[in-house]
Write a protein that binds this ligand. Sequence first.
Ligand SMILES: O=C(O)C(=O)Cc1ccccc1
Length: 306
Amino acid sequence: MSRLAYLGPEGTFTEEALRLMEPNAERLPCATVSAALNACRSGEADGAVVPLENSLEGAITTTLDEFAWGEPLLISAELLLPVRFSLLARPDTSLWHIKRVYTHPAAITQCRAFLARELPDAVVVAAPSTAAAAQEVSLPGSPYDAAIAARIAGEHYGLVEVVADIGDRSDTETRFVRVSRPGPLPEPTGSDRTTLVVFLADDHPGALLEMLTEFSMRGVNLSRIESRPTGEGIGRYFFHFDFEGHVADARVGEAISGLHRVCGEVRFLGSYPRADGVAPQIKRGTADTEFAEASDWLARVRAGQV
Ligand SMILES: O=C(O)C(=O)Cc1ccccc1
């Protein structure tokens, strides 16, 4: 039985994702994403489950930066989970009593409209996780009046649901990944995804285009591109790429070799089965038709027609 570290405590959305991915795993709750990943790196756990991005606000940047800068890890699976946020409080709390709200930053950004409309004067404070917030609110003498978390976290920590489903959109999904220490990759399934982090060797005109060309010329479909600051000053970035296919597929392997030629450093973060329910990809042309369209467009721009 594998032992998996995750962003805890009990009742987080990450725990729900872990239970769906590996129902029989032993669970090791950790206080932060970094602690969960370190538990995997040190061997205290066999793997870890962490949130990567959500469909409304984008990246969970702590996770991206850990993957880029921390001791290398490999993604072995992904899961898309619809998340529903509840406003939870100690029994007998009414909405108008709530002056201080505690929750994870990703929940703050996904419940902005509710907070602005219903609790415009409340102070909203960032917590390590939604369940950590619920646990804190449950303590007598807590400085917080309410938490935003999953309904199940309220059940765990004896809170009541003051308002259900307070997210700005009811169809928000979060993408979670399971990681392990570097080792054998999952076999290709024919419906896989590969993740990379890419650092530029030097900043020059067209550097991003050179990277993208390595994908487009081989018909490899990108599903996410994210830039993150390197920390070396304004204008210095590195990139995360997700794309369809497995590193064992010839065109994916060639695209990665091509990136090694045009970039300073490429960190391979894994090839793993794509989650079901991924939004249908926009239908793309072949590499040849795309180039034809792109050069046609360029000709029109040059001719002043656009
Ligand atoms: O704090 C949690 O419960 C998490 O698992 C992180 C998170 C927070 C908000 C939306 C999705 C995941």
